[in-house]
Design a protein around this ligand. Sequence first.
Ligand SMILES: Cc1cc2nc3c(=O)[nH]c(=O)nc-3n(C[C@H](O)[C@H](O)[C@H](O)COP(=O)(O)OP(=O)(O)OC[C@H]3O[C@@H](n4cnc5c(N)ncnc54)[C@H](O)[C@@H]3O)c2cc1C
Length: 477
Amino acid sequence: MDTDSTLHALCAALGSDMATDILLSGPDIDAYCRDWHGDVQTGAIAVLRPRDREQVAACLRAAARLGLGVVPQGGRTGLALGAVPDAPAKQLVLSLERMNRIRRIDAYDFTAEVEAGAVLQTIKDQLAEAGLFFPLALGAQGSCQLGGNLSTNAGGVNVLRYGMTRDLVLGLEVVLPDGQMLDLLSRLRKDNRGIDLKQLFIGAEGTLGVITAATLKLCPLPEQNVTALLALDRLEDAITLFRHARRQCCDLLSAFEFMPPLAFTLAREAMPDLPTAMDETAPAYVLMELSGSGLVDVARLMERFVELAFVEGLVRDGVVAQSQAQAKTLWRVRDGMNDGQAKRGRHLRTDLSVPLSAMADFVAEAEAAVTAALPGVVCVSYGHVGDGNVHLNVLPAVGRDAEEQIAQAKKVIHDVLYRFGGSISAEHGIGRLKRDDFEKELPQPKRAILESIKRAIDPGLVMNPNCQICVTDQPAP
Ligand SMILES: Cc1cc2nc3c(=O)[nH]c(=O)nc-3n(C[C@H](O)[C@H](O)[C@H](O)COP(=O)(O)OP(=O)(O)OC[C@H]3O[C@@H](n4cnc5c(N)ncnc54)[C@H](O)[C@@H]3O)c2cc1C
């Protein structure tokens, strides 16, 4: 069938009223078929924007009947091409953007039931008004949606204290590929009745069903947040400083990020108005946050910690933010460096993890190997120190084929990474971008289990085809 006939059949399968209400096609769908960096622009038969779970179920049934794949989509900030279709004539995008209600806030249970299309920042803001806190925090929070966060099991800057997204969820509501509703919207904190099925869908990148809502596990809103930007002589000192912070600041340590001095240049390329907070030429920087409530004096704790770090020679310069506005400015460096790299054009973005104890050695070896193999490229290593998670990105040298340099740099980095027992995806997922690398390293028993789960839940292979692993309609050998 050509695209027009498929579109016609899709409208008939949905019914004309629903199709008029939820279906977009033609040039209106271009933005839904582009990744966040704008590296990839594809297409789809149509974009479906259901308003409720019943419409989601109708979309999945229609897709199954017509043999079309469905690519669920949240805020399109994912960095692994999981939400971008790759077979325009055979796939539909299913955007959750209209399902964005906070259905219920239970202040006494510290829970909230929220629809998958709600934007993370909006959820956080509304909960804050009720004195509650959803700890997931990442640079894309103004655009990413809860369903995308759940489906990628997003990490972010608060993982070291609160865990990944899967640790912040008590229940899920999922529409299965055949249109059945799986209601796992529990508010229970403890429930050991067999296998915890919701965990299958968290981190599945839309390959098993469409998440339509979740029950979130909340905390009291921290009343005190104190941020410091510290200049260091080397990355090893950041690791030592982190170990000290874990012991000396107890569980009040909520973020600990490291950045190279290039972070300031990159951030300023995206945000020219960024003020200078301190000398920007130290070899390494740490952005650290303590937070707490009630009787604890968080500001005093930060002050004492930074004083001690100076005495021990771990820090050579530092600024402790004196207001939330100043703290925001310090965080703009960390957030702005992503935009700055995007402005430099095509580059290698990685999302690696190694054991914390190996992090400094890994970064030194991997950067040395890349610059030896590809003179002229620029390595930008930064990330979540406390989680052993480093984004070792590579900006290609000007005047040579960027794609070739990216491919070569990736191979060099992966060779070093595997020697360190690391992972190619700490928090961004596999998507389509890392599928081949993931499959290459997948041991047989694990692959067989993943494929069996996929076939059991999605026998028609409707959900997000070619994402994470390739499963074809030929039965597994
Ligand atoms: C500037 C920037 C900073 C970032 N920082 C971090 C960070 O610190 N930590 C981190 O982990 N990530 C980070 N990311 C990556 C990204 O923001 C997260 O992965 C986010 O969780 C993706 O959410 P989204 O709504 O944009 O999802 P999308 O990009 O729309 O989708 C991501 C995946 O989820 C699937 N999906 C989306 N919604 C649903 C649903 N309702 N049901 C089933 N499947 C669904 C899609 O099919 C796709 O596979 C960052 C991205 C940017 C651009």
